[in-house]
Design a protein around this ligand. Structure first.
Ligand SMILES: Cc1cc2nc3c(=O)[nH]c(=O)nc-3n(C[C@H](O)[C@H](O)[C@H](O)COP(=O)(O)O)c2cc1C
Length: 137
């Protein structure tokens, strides 16, 4: 967030359709259709010596402004903003909050064994919604 304005290339991945008022059955395929492409793009960048980072924060604060600047139709969903550029150092290391895969492992059912962290240090929003209707309390 602090460095987006310094990045030479910003790529906005979008999907056709709006699902903010739809259920998870509509949301999952919309976002799930785009993120594999975003990740493939980031891997392709990396293979060519270009660094990139996945961001979404602008969507919460500046979605409409971004849509206006890019003249996006109202039915287009902004999914992710990938910042890309040649990196200046090579001391890559895991982001804070990431642990070994086994740390976040769930055994048998959600919450049984493993840590309760979300892995990337970003907490899901709407955590007070009580979860999906059929989730065990
Ligand atoms: C879905 C998703 C959205 C993210 N959005 C942002 C963001 O808006 N701003 C940000 O600084 N990092 C965001 N991150 C974290 C970065 O992608 C990145 O992992 C983090 O900044 C650590 O950078 P590093 O991997 O270069 O150490 C997001 C991660 C994910 C998985």
């Amino acid at each position: 967030m602090q460095h987006l304005s310094e990045v030479p290339v910003l790529i906005l991945a979008c999907a056709e359709g709006r699902v903010e008022h739809a259920g998870p059955g509509a949301q999952a395929p919309l976002y799930g259709s785009i993120f594999p492409a975003v990740w493939s793009l980031m891997l392709a960048f990396r293979a060519r010596g270009i660094g990139s980072v996945l961001t979404i924060l602008h969507i919460e604060h500046f979605e409409r402004e971004m849509a206006r600047v890019l003249e996006l139709p109202a039915d287009v969903t902004q999914v992710a903003l990938v910042a890309a550029g040649y990196f200046t150092g090579t001391d890559f290391k895991p982001a804070k909050g990431w642990g070994p895969a086994a740390e976040g492992e769930r055994k048998g059912r959600y919450g049984a064994g493993g840590s309760e962290t979300t892995g990337c240090g970003m907490e899901p929003r709407n955590v007070d919604s009580g979860g999906p209707p059929d989730s065990p309390r």
